[in-house]
Design a protein around this ligand. Structure first.
Ligand code: ADP
Length: 625
């Protein structure tokens, strides 16, 4: 069950992960072109800004140089020169003038042409490739200036071989144009500045001929095929070297507002660019910036990677969450099962306990019943023990009764005879004796009746000294018949103990009769009795002078039915009953043998501590009536 669940969780997690992997792949597929386009547009927009700056630099230069020829044309010396071209001193002066002006104005060349287009003075007069004597009538800037306008033209210098922009202005003598001043500036410095950047700048003319480019190889390349007329015109103007006019293979497609993607194949390698362009109307130039798309592609790939990683991460987190959840559910299920099992077990145990409890209750009630039965049996035994004691005493008792009865008979007979002879005094004496005898018999009978009574169950304060006296009275006939004496100094004050009057009397009587039994062979048996009064207890000691208890039998003599006496003489119950009675009172009954011979029974009883009235012999008699 467990491994199956775990496998299921693992499978679910794997499926989720796979879904996320496939999903991220699909997202990457969809997002790649969008992201690439986005980054291309961003690159294009940045390019646009750069282009603005580039164009600003170019137009700044054009604006700066444009008015200069007209200003120079104002110089009077030029008119003078044109009117006297052969004046060498003048030519020299103008040449030097122009050289200084070109130097100050940072122009490449400044030169003066007559109406035929022949250069008569120039700033580069000292240089090897001086323009002096050269004719530029074919250049449009010359023809335009000669017509009275400001001429402008871009071309490869036919003498210098340097690309330059030419401005031309007419030199007027009154209303007549007598010559043309031309100013040329080179564009190499611009290109140098462009080269440091990672983008390309190309400047093309209306015919699509690239005449400025950050990439020098592209000079004079054509962006589109030239028409025959265009070719003819270029040839006439000697604007560009004809043999260098090669196509620059390119395709262009629109990307976004004002942005295009351009693909250029040059020298066997194809490069993609994002491009934008600005048209300079006054120069008729098209300035274009080409930003390579490699950076946009790298950015796109990085973004794509982040996207895929993010998706994978979410997938991982999701799988982890699912796995955790499944584990949690699994644990909950296990816990629930365990709880159910526990509950079942608890219910079973409770049922078991209930059954045991019922059994215990049954047992308790059985025990109680047994205890009650035992108590009853014990009470019966006590009673039986007493009756047995009475039985044992019956011989002595019958003697005790017979003797006074015989005396009564003889006194009565005598009284009759004395009455007949009229001896009344003696008759009275005899009758008085009869009455005394009757009293004595009544006293014995009273003790017997009390003793034979069923004892009460309760343990209560009783007067021990009284009980000792009552017991003594009870065994008195036996003592007398056995010629025995009981040595006991009765204390002056009453001692109260916890017990029951009749039961305690029974114990003491039993100790007396056992002592007498043990000394039955002696002519004059003596029982020594002492009463020791302690703080919480008092101890009554009964000692005889018989053979003592048999060695090793000390414990046994308190067992029921243990007797060494002849059948009919003893049942072996007396000491057992006595022991139980004393234990019930919270006291103790022990036996030892005296070193000088004879058994010593020690009866310890608890004294009454609280102030409670003790049951007296009188109360007992009243209760018996
Ligand atoms: P019974 O007197 O009926 O035998 P008891 O329980 O009173 O029953 O006494 C049990 C036994 O203990 C007696 O048989 C006797 O052997 C012994 N015994 C009791 N008292 C004495 C005593 N004072 N001296 C010697 N042995 C005694």
């Amino acid at each position: 069950m467990e491994p199956l669940k775990t496998t299921r969780v693992k499978v679910t997690s794997s499926i989720i992960l796979s879904v996320f992997v496939v999903g991220s792949f699909l997202v990457a597929l969809i997002a790649a072109p969008l992201l690439e386009r986005y980054f291309q547009i961003q690159a294009g927009l940045r390019g646009k800004d750069t282009l603005q700056l580039t164009v600003a630099g170019l137009t700044g230069a054009l604006h700066r140089y444009e008015p200069l020829p007209s200003l120079i044309a104002e110089k009077a010396i030029l008119v003078e020169l044109l009117n006297a071209p052969d004046n060498e001193a003048l030519v020299e002066a103008v040449n030097e003038d122009l050289r200084l002006a070109a130097f100050r104005l940072k122009a490449s060349d400044i030169y003066i042409m007559d109406v035929t287009g022949t250069t008569i003075a120039t700033s580069n007069y000292k240089k090897e490739l001086s323009f002096l004597g050269r004719n530029f009538a074919y250049r449009p800037y010359f023809t335009q200036a000669l017509e009275g306008g400001t001429g402008r033209f871009f071309a490869l210098g036919s003498t210098s071989g340097e690309r330059g922009y030419f401005f031309g202005a007419p030199i007027e003598d009154g209303a007549r144009i007598i010559g043309v001043v031309a100013l040329k500036f080179t564009v190499d410095s611009f290109e140098e500045a462009w080269r440091s950047a990672d983008h390309q700048i190309i400047v093309s003319d209306l015919n699509g001929v690239v005449f400025m480019a950050s990439q020098p190889d592209w000079h004079f390349k054509t962006l589109r095929p030239l028409s025959r007329t265009d070719m003819l015109e270029i040839e006439t103007n000697r604007q560009y070297p004809k043999d260098q006019l090669m196509p620059l293979v390119n395709t262009m497609s629109p990307l976004d507002d004002g942005l295009d993607t351009v693909q250029i194949t040059d020298a066997g390698t194809t490069t993609n660019y994002v491009s934008s362009s600005i048209y300079l109307a006054n120069a008729a130039w098209n300035v274009r910036i080409l930003v390579p798309t490699t950076r946009a592609r790298t950015q796109m790939l990085a973004a794509l990677l982040i996207l895929v990683l993010a998706i994978m991460l979410i997938g991982l987190a999701f799988a982890f969450y699912i796995q955790r959840r499944a584990r949690l559910l699994e644990r909950l299920e296990t816990q629930q099962a365990a709880q159910e099992q526990l509950e079942t077990r608890v219910a079973e145990r409770t049922a078991d306990l209930n059954r045991t409890n019922e059994q215990l209750l049954e047992e308790v009630s059985e025990r109680k019943a047994a205890e009650n039965r035992l108590r009853r049996t014990q009470a019966e035994l006590v009673q039986a023990g007493k009756l047995a004691a009475l039985g044992q005493m019956s011989a002595a008792l019958s003697h005790e009764f017979n003797q006074p009865l015989a005396a009564v008979k003889s006194y009565a007979d005598n009284a009759v005879k004395l009455l007949d002879i009229g001896r009344t005094d003696e008759t009275r004496e005899n009758v008085t004796r009869i009455s005394e005898m009757a009293d004595r018999m009544a006293s014995i009978s009273k003790h017997l009746r009390n003793f034979a009574r069923r004892p009460g169950e309760k343990t209560r304060p009783v007067v021990l000294t009284q009980i000792i006296n009552d017991s003594r009275a009870l065994v008195q006939p036996r003592l007398k018949s056995a010629n025995a004496s009981l040595e006991f100094a009765i204390p002056d004050k009453d001692i109260q103990v916890l017990g029951g009057h009749i039961r305690l009397q029974q114990v003491i009587v039993n100790l007396f009769t056992n002592a007498l039994d043990a000394m039955k062979d002696q002519a004059h048996p003596v029982i020594d009795m002492t009463l020791e009064d302690q703080e919480t207890h008092c101890t009554l000691t009964v000692r005889d002078h018989g053979p003592g208890v048999l060695e090793g039998e000390f414990e046994k003599i308190f067992d029921p039915f243990y007797t060494t006496k002849q059948p009919g003489e003893g049942m072996g119950l007396g000491l057992s009953i006595s022991y139980n009675i004393i234990k019930d009172f919270g006291g103790d009954l022990r036996v030892t043998n005296h070193p000088d011979g004879g058994a010593v029974f020690e009866l310890t009883l608890r004294k009454v501590t609280e102030d409670q009235p003790a049951q007296t012999t009188k109360e007992l008699e009243t209760a018996a009536k």
